[in-house]
Design a protein around this ligand. Structure first.
Ligand SMILES: NC(=O)N[C@H]1NC(=O)NC1=O
Length: 174
């Protein structure tokens, strides 16, 4: 995908195309649109990261709260976004047995009670075993460290989603 094509998109088409690069946060692409023209995809990514990092703690936590639980209710009821469905499926979250589902439910619940936002990890870069291990490990962090850790995962998810868009035919997304 040519960056000139992206730079020529209307605001509406830009948000339609990049609206979910950060889960359920179309405000983020809407905000960075004003930085056009972008040099390349890395430039778009840098603006998104800068925007997220510039948010106050409450804003960062808000971004985290837009994420569905891994192997949670949205997955069970078929209400995940297309991107999240693909990612969770790739990490084996859609084929958990009942003991694994219960373990994820308990850990997710404990995590949300401790931090007040859901556990977020880039599912495409982690196996089922990695996810369970990291969920248990990260429960030991303090809130500020964990917020930053989780935001880092949001940026990894965003990078892969951006790459996916670029590698696929732009026309099919509009
Ligand atoms: N909670 C959480 O990590 N959710 C996600 N991770 C990911 O890669 N896609 C998601 O929706």
């Amino acid at each position: 995908m040519d960056i000139n094509v992206v730079n020529a998109l209307t605001y509406e088409d830009f948000v339609k195309l990049f609206g979910n690069v950060v889960e359920k946060c179309p405000l983020i692409p809407a905000a960075i649109w004003s930085h056009r023209p972008f040099k390349d995809l890395a430039d778009i990514e840098a603006h998104i990261k800068e925007f997220i990092h510039s948010l106050p703690d409450s804003g960062k936590e808000g971004v985290l709260r837009c994420h569905p639980d891994l192997a949670g209710l949205d997955l069970q009821s078929g209400t995940l976004t297309r991107e999240s469905q693909e990612e969770q499926s790739q990490a084996g979250m859609t084929t958990l047995d009942s003991a694994e589902s219960l373990q994820m439910y308990r850990l997710n619940t404990e995590y949300k009670e401790r931090f007040g936002f859901p556990f977020v990890i880039c599912a495409r870069l982690n196996s089922k075993a990695d996810i369970v291990r990291q969920l248990s490990e990260r429960l030991k962090n303090d809130r500020a460290a964990e917020r930053e850790r989780a935001v880092e995962e949001v940026t990894k998810i965003c990078s892969l989603r951006l790459r996916n868009i670029v590698l696929s035919d732009i026309q099919t997304k509009l």
